[in-house]
Design a protein around this ligand. Structure first.
Ligand code: NAD
Length: 270
């Protein structure tokens, strides 16, 4: 059967039944360059063995309950699953020599190690936030941290829907890391997770991160720079999961022709 889409490179979507997975299937169905070749869901999911068009998901193609079977005929992998699963995906990508885009957040040391290893075989894009607006926010935050200097207290607030599993968000951590690096350190050495209790006064070097969870908020981040007599607030609000999905598809198209290596969204956006 011939189709005008024949010959388009195909992506495997891992975590296809999740909130982001479905959104990525939608973005691929609308993309002119890349299409979905295979969807992978967790092994016990009722979609296993069926086709996307049968279960009412966007696009067309077979649905698998395990990775190995899904990768034949695929040119790139898009993963939005869970920490731990991403390490398995990275190992499968490396074994198949396929480029990989992962948006999974809260990654473990094992995930990072597997992603680094996969980056020796093909392009691997790791981005806790695939939105173009957040890439711009990170650049602006870096600039503000440089201009204001370490005398200004930096604090970050992340607000997300109630089903989000990790806290603080990967984006809050990326924003914190950007500020810590400008200040010549690492986030791990200055991060303070704000919560309840007798915390005492704030230490100068601290970088506080607070997380709020509730409702259906897609994702909001505010970086506060607090000085004496003035403050600067930089905010990004995501209202549509489609921005992350379109960013992931753009990253996947970019990864198809990128040399092996570990990349972030800034590399994709150029
Ligand atoms: P979700 O829980 O709705 O979806 C995750 C899906 O992965 C679920 O359907 C789950 O069944 C599936 N899964 C679990 N184990 C699997 C396996 N072994 N094989 C295949 N599928 C498996 O969560 P979500 O809201 O879609 O978010 C997924 C991840 O993406 C989270 O880490 C989230 O923080 C992150 N996220 C990233 C961005 C970004 O721009 N990078 C944006 C939004 C969310």
């Amino acid at each position: 059967m011939s189709s005008p889409d024949q010959g388009r490179p195909r992506a495997a979507v891992i975590g296809a039944a999740g909130r982001m997975g479905r959104s990525i299937l939608g973005a691929l169905a609308e993309d002119g360059e890349l299409e979905c070749g295979a969807a992978v869901v967790s092994p016990a999911h009722p979609w296993v063995g069926r086709r996307l068009e049968e279960v009412g998901a966007p696009g067309a193609g077979p649905i698998f309950g395990e990775l190995a079977a899904a990768l034949s005929g695929v040119s790139v992998i898009i993963d939005f699953t869970r920490p731990g699963v991403t390490a398995q995906v990275a190992r499968a990508a490396a074994a198949a020599g396929l480029p990989l885009v992962t948006g999974t957040t809260g990654l473990t040391a094992e995930d990072h190690a597997a992603l680094e290893e996969a980056a020796g075989e093909a392009a691997v894009v790791v981005a806790p936030n695939m939105s173009v607006g957040v890439a711009a926010l990170i650049a602006l935050v870096r600039e503000a941290a440089r201009k204001l200097g370490p005398g200004w207290d930096a604090e970050i607030l992340d607000l997300h829907h109630k089903a989000k599993r990790d806290s603080p968000s990967g984006t809050a951590a990326a924003l914190g890391e950007a500020i810590a690096r400008v200040r010549g350190g690492a986030l791990a050495d200055v991060e303070t997770l704000r919560g309840r209790g007798e915390t005492g006064p704030r230490a100068q070097a601290e970088l506080g991160i607070a997380a709020l969870r509730g409702g259906d908020v897609v994702g909001e981040h505010t970086v506060f720079f607090l000085g004496a007599g003035e403050r600067l607030e930089l905010t990004h609000r995501a209202t549509d999961r489609g921005i992350f999905a379109r960013g992931a598809v753009r990253a996947a198209r970019w990864a198809l022709s990128a040399p092996p290596g570990l990349y972030g969204m800034a590399d994709v956006l150029g």
